[in-house]
Design a binder for this molecule. Structure first.
Ligand SMILES: [Zn+2]
Length: 584
């Protein structure tokens, strides 16, 4: 006898109903002369909630969600109903109203925020604001880490009632001004540690006073739409603040700890969200290979690398490259990092996994699909099936090299025979910091490093001449680069095209060195070769390369490990690096 799981079926029906209503409202709103809004996942401005009481909002089927100056934005399920109209009339004496139409799900989502407000009665109105002008003024003043410390001292000395708000504003302004991708706030014994990640590296910024911790966390959690009264669970949230001339979206994550909660906030600065092949800056050998592969109508293109190697950024650039009128592109990501214009981007969730989402996407008749990451067999096999049935598919794998991608897919349970006729190209990549042209210093490398450079260049399929005597460069630090010695970043890349020889190796003997040997005639340099070329050309340093990838001293018969110890590359602050700032 077939047994149906009623609870599953019921929740599925409810899901479908919700989706259907959402689509219905979206279609109806413009016909009735209203703007449509979907509040699910929207960061409700807590101040707007105080304009209408919870019971009045529920009675009139409305939810306030934004307030700026005296303009109150309200979502309503039935804007023309008498109850709703009566409420609008009352409110319009005090505010100028902007009315939107929304679904029941949107209302329910927004109403939940009222309970957060009650939790936070201690927090008075006004503390939720991050003032756009303040952020802009502050960030204009900040050029290096020391500037953050100077302003922090001023805030401490002035000791105004807004001290905590001012500190939070400074934390955001400093993060933006220094080009950070993430802000880390961690309680420690006796202080709160503030760190920023920029140019891919975490930098200690300041110790904040311990007494602020609880109140800073409450504000950040309120902004993020998190539960205030829970201190023992991990929570995620997001919010947007304005920095004068642009809006910055923040994705925040809180985890509990022995000394209290820590928060990491990722800054998604839309000013860096244009992706292009030029900005990815591929070396000409892999660029040529990639251009050929991107023209193919079907097959799988995979980028590999650890977290922070820029692989999703590269995929976004590829999508922009293949995005033309008349092709349908759908992505499934976790989460959507940037909105790309003209591309349907979806995000995984409780009922929308990579596996189920991908199957749904295939029913949407796409030409090109981007899958955030291949993590399990189901996704791997669906991706391969899609690639074999006329779709160009992009995805990423978490491996250390391009060639390791084959083994990873086989570990997930994919049949080696299907890899050959579905994968077009596997790439590997890392991000390295580029030396500041204004202060880098030339030096003659020691014998060991010189020998390693020679050794690597001998194998390089397109070797660049190694000057004799060899002069390479190290970071120094100056005003222009904020004393870090580095300015900007670039990728180093490698790739394996799946041609007949590689396919044969993958099926018969998929050990890495065998596949590599089969791919050798393709003439694509490895990441190490690409990196050493950049060292010889003076665009990066030996120890920067060693920071992101292990150099083959041992293979070259050189016993000591690591490059010559040149001056410690602990940068103090970043330059105005706009390149590949947000990497995934
Ligand atoms: Zn410099």
């Amino acid at each position: 006898m077939v047994k149906f799981d009623d609870s599953y079926t019921n929740s599925r029906v409810a899901d479908l109903h919700t989706q259907e209503e959402e689509r219905y409202v979206e279609t109806m709103a413009p016909q009735l002369g209203f703007n449509y809004i979907n509040l699910n996942g929207y960061t409700i401005n807590p101040e707007s909630l105080s304009a209408i009481s919870e019971s009045n909002a529920q009675k009139a089927l409305v939810a306030p969600f934004e307030i700026k100056q005296k303009v109150l934005s309200i979502a309503a399920k039935t804007p023309s109903s008498p109850d709703t109209q009566a409420l609008f009339e009352k409110l319009s004496k005090q505010y100028s109203l902007q009315v939107y139409m929304c679904s029941t799900a949107s209302l329910e989502y927004a109403w939940k925020r009222y309970s957060d407000m009650t939790d936070s009665t201690a927090e008075k109105k006004g503390v939720f604001e991050i003032d756009a002008d303040t952020i802009k003024d502050l960030s204009d003043k900040i050029k290096k880490i020391e500037d953050v410390l100077v302003i922090l001292k001023q805030i401490r000395t002035a000791n105004t009632p807004r001290r905590i708000s001012e500190t939070i504003e400074l934390v955001f302004a400093g993060g933006l001004a220094l080009g950070s991708s993430d802000i880390h706030i961690e309680p420690e014994a006796g202080a709160i540690r503030l760190r920023y990640r920029f140019d891919g590296v975490l930098h200690d910024i300041a110790d904040l006073e311990s007494y602020m911790h609880k109140r800073m966390m409450s504000r950040i959690k309120l902004l993020s739409g998190m539960k205030l009264n829970s201190h023992a669970e991990a929570q995620d949230g997001r919010f947007t603040f304005s920095a004068g001339y642009r809006d910055v979206e923040v994705r925040s994550s809180v985890i509990p700890g022995a000394l209290g909660e820590s928060v990491v906030m990722r800054l998604l600065d839309p000013s860096v969200s244009s992706f292009s092949m030029e900005r990815v800056n591929l070396n000409p050998h892999i660029q040529a290979v990639l251009e050929r592969q991107l023209k193919k109508p079907n097959g799988l293109i995979i980028t590999t690398g650890p977290t922070g190697s820029g692989k999703t950024t590269a995929l976004y650039a590829f999508l922009q490259e293949v995005h033309t009128e008349g092709v349908k592109i759908i992505t499934i990501e976790n989460p959507v990092e940037y909105k790309l214009e003209g591309i349907v981007q979806t995000q995984t969730g409780e009922h929308y996994t990579f596996g189920s989402g991908l199957r749904a996407i295939l029913r949407q008749d796409p030409d090109i699909i981007m899958i955030g990451e291949i993590r399990d067999r189901e996704v791997a096999e669906t991706a391969i099936h899609a690639a074999q049935t006329g779709h160009l598919v992009f995805s990423t794998l978490h491996t250390n090299s391009a060639v390791a991608g084959f083994a990873r897919l086989m570990d997930l349970g994919v049949d080696s025979r299907t890899l050959g006729n579905s994968i077009n190209l596997i790439m590997g990549q890392r991000l390295i910091r580029l030396l500041c042209e204004d202060c880098k210093a030339g030096y003659a490398p020691n014998e060991r490093d010189a020998k390693l450079i020679q050794f690597i260049m001998q194998n390089h399929p397109h070797p660049v001449p190694v000057p004799d005597p060899l002069l390479i460069y190290k970071p120094v630090g100056c005003e222009k680069c904020g004393q870090s010695g580095f300015k900007g970043r670039a990728g180093i890349f490698e790739g394996v095209v799946v041609d007949e020889a590689v396919e044969e190796a993958v099926i018969s003997d998929p050990r890495e060195h065998v596949i590599l040997a089969a791919a050798k005639p393709q003439g694509i340099p490895t990441m190490i070769e690409d990196g050493i070329e950049k060292v010889i050309k003076g665009t990066t340093s030996m120890s920067e390369l060693q920071r992101v990838i292990e150099l083959p001293y041992q293979e070259a018969g050189l016993l000591n490990e690591g490059p010559e110890h040149i001056n410690p590359e602990t940068p103090q602050t970043s330059g105005d690096d706009e390149f590949l700032k947000h990497v995934v």
